[in-house]
Ligand binder design. Structure first.
Ligand SMILES: Cc1cc2nc3c(=O)[nH]c(=O)nc-3n(C[C@H](O)[C@H](O)[C@H](O)COP(=O)(O)OP(=O)(O)OC[C@H]3O[C@@H](n4cnc5c(N)ncnc54)[C@H](O)[C@@H]3O)c2cc1C
Length: 503
């Protein structure tokens, strides 16, 4: 049997999931087996999935600085991978089992301390029993938005293709109070937000995020099954890496390779080591780096169509900290919740596009309203002396360092959604493939895994029935799980939703 050699550049969830779906698997005709080499510039895997540890790595206490939870009802591919790791952990012989548990899925909205204008602070418990006309208006519109907003938009993509959130608010007749003091605040708490006003975000992007992350599928209030990783998101990445190494994936960390895709059928990959430059030939290269890094990695042979697609993605860098500074939290500690969402002042330009603060204990399932907190680009500064000191999992014996990180993440816009459609036509040209947060939707893990699975399917030429819960927009005969659930709930719209050929 022939080996098909695949280079994967980037070891975030894009690259790791590509290795998961490809390595050791056979082509449809049974004549070839895939072998992966994964390169990452950093010394540790995981990219945006990064936890910090107060003591021993992969143990409590910890703070998840980037990715922090998932919804098992909609993250079906992630759930499958977790089940595989669990099943492979035979009699504790391998360290692959990942512990997950329910988080407290509670939220508080508040105007930040020291701000002029109205002081507002309320929790989702307050919305269940609203004690003022203001809260009643918000509760009523929130209910309407949560019950039918996502299904309405996702079932009629042609109508909502170019619509912004603000236009949707007007079309649906939501109150200003709901828009300003709830919906826009929520959108400001989404990691793919940039320096535009939330009302200018594409409604399709926001709703597809809501359907996956919050389980908004239509007809009833969402009931997501949100889990956190008991030993932090880095723990699951660490175990996935160990599992892939056990399966035989070759990891070359601390390397920044260059790709020459003008090298005939495949591509030549070059990288530097202490001994000098090394170079190997691969049958295909999976680029699992950010869109604006693709041009830095591919030195020759980048198809013109891809270059045009890449220019449609924008990135923003946001600060994340693990700390004890109460100044960023709602003024009343009684109201501290798992997620604490800042209501941005309406009368000024925004300084920080994406802001969220959460209570780590609550995020980790305990109803304890006390520090530490994780803040993502906090509106006001966090005191340096309140930032926790942590050990680096890559250097557990090294000195403690402040728990601070900067994440680069892609923004969702109408242009980026359009470019994602074009990208599908470019997959495989010059033996180059693309996966990662920018390649589908908002870049949630489920979306990234769907792209990696699609790449594996193209390379292997095989499609298995149990891989069907996947959103593959270019495949007219496939529907994502959330749309199938919505279709079952709205039988009268089934005909409009089902693409030709879907059964
Ligand atoms: C703050 C935050 C919170 C989030 N929360 C969630 C969540 O709760 N659930 C969810 O599903 N998603 C969440 N996301 C989204 C998701 O985490 C990201 O979209 C996803 O992690 C991106 O994965 P990636 O593999 O594309 O990129 P990354 O994770 O950024 O990985 C890219 C990798 O490429 C490497 N690299 C870069 N350049 C080179 C080079 N030249 N050569 C070799 N290697 C290179 C980097 O070192 C890095 O390891 C969140 C994102 C952010 C920013």
């Amino acid at each position: 049997m022939r080996s098909k050699r695949i280079a994967i550049i980037g070891g975030g969830i894009g690259g790791l999931s590509a290795a998961y779906y490809l390595h050791g698997r056979e082509s449809e005709d049974g004549h070839a087996r895939f072998e992966c080499t994964l390169f990452d510039a950093a010394s540790t895997l995981g990219g945006n999935a990064r936890s910090v540890y107060g003591g021993e790595p992969f143990r409590q206490p910890f703070g998840d600085l980037g990715v922090n939870d998932f919804n098992t009802k909609t993250y079906t591919l992630m759930d499958d991978i977790l089940a595989t790791l669990d099943a492979t952990c035979v009699d504790g012989a391998f360290p692959f089992r990942v512990a997950t548990a329910n988080l407290l899925n509670t939220t508080c909205w508040y105007t930040p301390r020291g701000q002029e204008g109205p002081e507002i602070s309320y929790t989702d418990a307050d919305l269940k029993e609203p004690a003022s006309p203001f809260l009643e208006r918000i509760a009523e519109d929130w209910h309407r938005f949560a019950v039918d907003g996502a299904a309405r938009v996702l079932n009629h993509p042609d109508h909502y293709q170019d619509m912004t959130v603000g236009e949707f608010v007007r079309e649906q007749g939501y109150s200003d109070d709901f828009a300003v003091y709830n919906l826009y605040a929520r959108i400001n708490g989404m990691y793919f937000m940039d320096d535009r006003h939330p009302s200018e975000m594409p409604i399709l992007g926001v709703m597809s995020y809501y359907s996956l992350q919050e389980g908004m599928l239509g007809q009833s209030m969402p009931d997501p099954d949100r889990k956190y990783f008991v030993n932090g998101a880095s723990d699951w990445i660490h175990r996935l890496g160990a599992y892939l190494a056990w399966r035989g994936v070759r990891f070359l960390t601390g390397t920044r390779p260059g790709v020459d895709a003008d090298a005939g059928d495949g591509a030549r990959v070059r990288w530097c080591t202490a001994r000098g430059e090394e170079s190997e030939y691969f049958d295909a290269v999976v680029l699992a780096v950010h869109a604006d890094d693709v041009g830095r990695v591919v030195e020759r042979g980048l198809p013109g169509g891809v270059a045009r697609v890449l220019s449609s993605f924008r990135y923003f860098s946001s600060l994340a900290l693990w700390h004890d500074d109460e100044a960023v939290m709602p003024p009343d500690p009684e109201q501290w919740r798992t997620y604490n969402i800042v209501i941005y002042p309406e009368d000024r330009y925004l300084l920080r596009p994406y802001t969220i603060n959460y209570v780590c204990a609550m995020h980790q399932g305990r109803d304890v309203a006390q520090p530490p907190f994780v803040s993502e680009s906090p509106l006001q500064g966090v005191r340096r002396d309140r930032v926790r000191q942590v050990t680096d999992p890559a250097d557990p014996d090294g000195p403690a360092v402040p728990a601070v990180s900067w994440f680069r993440h892609n923004m969702v816009s109408r242009q980026s959604r359009q470019a994602q459609q074009w990208l599908h036509q470019q997959q495989g040209v010059n033996a180059l493939y693309y996966t990662g947060g920018w390649t589908q939707g908002a870049g949630l893990h489920q979306e990234i895994m769907a792209v990696s699975l699609d790449i594996a399917k193209r390379l292997r030429g095989v499609w298995r029935e149990d891989e069907a819960n996947v959103f593959l927009p270019h495949r007219r005969d496939q529907l994502p799980l959330y749309l199938r659930v919505a279709a079952a709930q709205y039988p009268e719209t089934r005909g409009d939703m089902m693409p030709e050929g879907f059964v």
